[in-house]
Design a protein around this ligand. Structure first.
Ligand SMILES: *Cc1c(COP(=O)(O)O)cnc(C)c1O
Length: 425
């Protein structure tokens, strides 16, 4: 066969067998290397932020002027909450739970959750009560949550995943009636700190926010307590400071629970710089998500975890799920894992988030809960994945390439169903 004929045959085969073009099976990937910018999207100007700390001559202290300025700027950005910086989002959750732990023995939270977010429940000597999630929110099911609220519950811990806002107004008012504290983990959903609910802020006692390198503030190691409660603001120091005081005195407090959850000043300086552009960043994330969904929303069996057109969500990453039976696959995670591998081979930054309900990651309590009792959580864990790079500077052109990769994969799927699935995964 001469070369020309060979190319024609390849082209015909690729048309008849679209799976032959997939990068997974040796075809050319949609994305050239280096086309996507990974968050935290490092920029030269971040060095200026770091230089500012060096020039201050002080590399730590909770009352460093850079930290204080950051707290004020973040507070102003939210339009409501007082802010205190701590070492991490996890530390913020711990401080919040520690403050409210005397209200009861239990904490009600979702089984679809981040293990690190739920860890502080046990650190505070409390026991979690898990409830299932609402399929339309990937967040706590408010009816099930309200049923579990009782006077012996210290807090309702609401985790806002992937950038979605978990408003759950009925669960919030049930908590108020029962004297249960409202703690919101907004580590992945920074805009939940703004007026997002009919022009008002969330009804909450405290929001825990992360500034880590994967989150919106992309700052390193950093977290925040947001609250209107002055006593809770003071409590931050009681949990966080072992050997120094906010007013600069050196005090050793051997009886305090000093975890030294001090904010990192270098991270604070980067976070402070990013706040200036935070609204623009959020708008670009939303625009990217909305544009991408407009190009892939018609694909059969593909669904978003929350509405990408919602103008208040934070689109940390773009979470999607498949309905395996729509696509002719059996139930269970194999179909999702297969599709993720096909998309990855095209160069799309897609990931499986977690595979198990949160209690299976926690020592000590994993025997008390059964995955089968949380059908929505299990369904999401078996079928969801997310696109990690949805933030600027990635723009419409990158979204078009993501969409092209999805269309390429979906076009080949009908011929791949049942065939090679077991071996390919
Ligand atoms: C990142 C994250 C945390 C923890 O924040 P760190 O700053 O990494 O400690 C807690 N909860 C959720 C939902 C998160 O995404």
């Amino acid at each position: 066969m001469n070369k020309r004929a060979k190319i024609d045959t390849d082209a015909n085969q690729a048309m008849a067998y679209p799976e032959m073009k997939l990068a997974f099976f040796g075809g050319d990937p949609v994305f050239p290397p280096g086309r996507i910018t990974a968050w935290p999207a490092a920029q030269k100007k971040h060095l200026d932020a770091l230089r500012g700390v060096v020039e201050s001559g002080k590399y730590h202290r909770v009352n460093h002027p850079i930290v204080t300025e950051l707290e004020q700027n973040l507070s102003r950005w939210t339009g409501k909450w007082m802010v205190r910086a701590v070492g991490s989002g996890t530390a913020a959750i711990h401080v919040a739970l520690d403050y409210f732990k005397s209200r009861g023995e239990h904490v009600v939270t979702a089984a679809l959750n981040w293990p690190g977010a739920v860890g502080p429940i046990a650190i505070c000597g409390l026991r979690p009560i898990f409830v299932d999630v609402d399929m339309d929110l990937a967040g706590i099911d408010q009816k099930s949550a309200a049923e579990k609220l009782a006077p012996n519950v210290a807090a309702l811990l609401t985790t806002h995943l992937f950038g979605n806002n978990i408003l759950v107004p009925d669960a919030r008012s049930a908590a108020r009636t029962q004297g249960v504290a409202l703690i919101d983990d907004v580590c992945q959903t920074i805009a939940a700190a703004k007026a997002i609910f009919n022009g008002t802020h969330l009804d909450s006692d405290v929001l825990a926010l992360s500034g880590n390198g994967a989150k919106h503030l992309g700052a390193g190691e950093l977290g925040f307590i947001l609250t209107e409660n002055n006593n809770l603001i003071e409590h931050v120091d009681r949990v966080s400071l072992a050997s120094s005081a906010r007013n600069g005195e050196r005090i050793f407090s051997p009886c305090a629970q000093g975890y030294n959850y001090r904010p990192n000043v270098f991270s604070s300086s980067i976070a402070n710089m990013r706040i200036t552009n935070l609204d623009t960043q959020l708008q670009k994330r939303r625009n990217n998500g909305q544009l991408l969904w407009s190009m892939i929303g018609e694909l059969p069996g593909l669904f978003p975890l929350f509405n990408p057109s919602d103008q208040h969500q934070s689109m940390l990453n773009f979470p999607l799920r498949i309905e395996p039976d729509f696509l002719g696959f059996g139930s269970g995670p194999a179909a999702r894992d297969f599709i993720v591998n096909l998309l990855k081979a095209e160069g799309v930054p897609v990931w499986v988030w977690l595979r198990k309900p949160v209690f299976e990651y926690l020592p000590g309590i994993n025997d008390s809960w059964r995955a089968a009792d949380f059908p929505n959580t299990m369904k999401l864990l078996d079928t969801m994945f997310y696109i990690s790079e949805i933030a600027p500077p990635n723009d419409a052109e990158v979204m078009e390439l993501y969409a092209a990769a999805f269309h390429k994969v979906w076009k080949a799927l009908p011929r791949l169903v049942g065939k090679g699935l077991a071996t390919a995964v």
